[in-house]
Design a protein around this ligand. Sequence first.
Ligand SMILES: Cc1ncc(COP(=O)(O)O)c(C=O)c1O
Length: 379
Amino acid sequence: MSIYLDNAATTPIDPEVFEAMKPFMLENFGNPSSTHSHGRKVRAAIESSRKKIAELLNCTPGEIIFTSGGTEADNTIIISAVHTYGIKHAISSPIEHHAVEHTLGHLARQGIITLHMVKLDANGHVDLDHLEQLLKEYPNALVSLMHANNEIGNLLDLDYVGRLCQTYGAYFHSDTVQTVGHYKHDLTKTLVHGITAGAHKFHGPKGSGFMFLRKDKKIKPFVHGGAQERNMRGGTENVYGVIGLAKALEIAYRDMDEHIIHVKKLKARMIDQLRKQIPGVSFHGDSENLERSLYTVLNVSLPESEDNSMLLFNLDLQGISVSGGSACSSGAQTGSHVLGSLYPNSKRGAVRFSFSKYNTENEIDIAVSKLAELFKVTV
Ligand SMILES: Cc1ncc(COP(=O)(O)O)c(C=O)c1O
């Protein structure tokens, strides 16, 4: 038996995406910067991918820059915005992904910025009044707040924060790696300056992503080299990665309504069954709230027991792949900075289930009963 419930870490590639990529691995191998026909053909495919993504996100093609994924995109926006605008203060939260947290930490340790942490409420949502206070105190700051948390799923009101940032002249970056391909972004309406995406989070290839950079708030390049990506990111493009990324996003938008209904049902079913089968179970962050959290993520909080850490290991032995905190760094149950900062004294266990269009109700039922069985053994 093999059940994959770790889709916030990565998703399986959609066969339709793979089919779209294949010709660019085999026959269409030209370098897109070459001016001969082999190159031109590939250049045209890259530009049509860019156009497709821009149409879906309601921005212009020139605002989409391809990268190796979310991490590079987050690094680029944060570091380049700080350097371009001489930013001295950054406002962020203690539960950002390491791609953001470590990048800001690096700039702060070098003395380039001073970092200010916004308060979170008991469920891990950003305290918007405190954010406004910080913005007032430090005008023209960099604000970096994620759209959805990859461990607990909490969602941020991007439109509201965008308006606040505009009022106080802040540069607004949001790590949207967990929401691109799962929610419809309208970048004409949402006043964000830079967002990021990784194709492997929505059934596209790994090592391929993009950043949106608003055209009226330009930043300097981060990766220097050739003139690729309108001089914004040197290096020969990951051609089949780009083709797969655009195809995956196209499919995600085409089928999104249907998938949201399916995945939300799976999540609701799991919440319901966990409550019935595990006394004392609760949920980390706001992940049981179907409206204020990612519908793809459920972070289960298990009553304190002798050896919660063995649960993940035993689930794995039973063929069920889940994550303890975030799988992005180690896959280990211990050491989640997100759970650590929200529940500093908690000894409860954490299991993050994350779902995709490929999961079934039967898989949910099996996963819950296995977890309940294992949990009984440990208490
Ligand atoms: C919220 C968030 N940001 C950034 C990343 C990094 O993205 P990538 O794996 O594409 O570098 C991830 C996942 O790994 C993530 O969940």
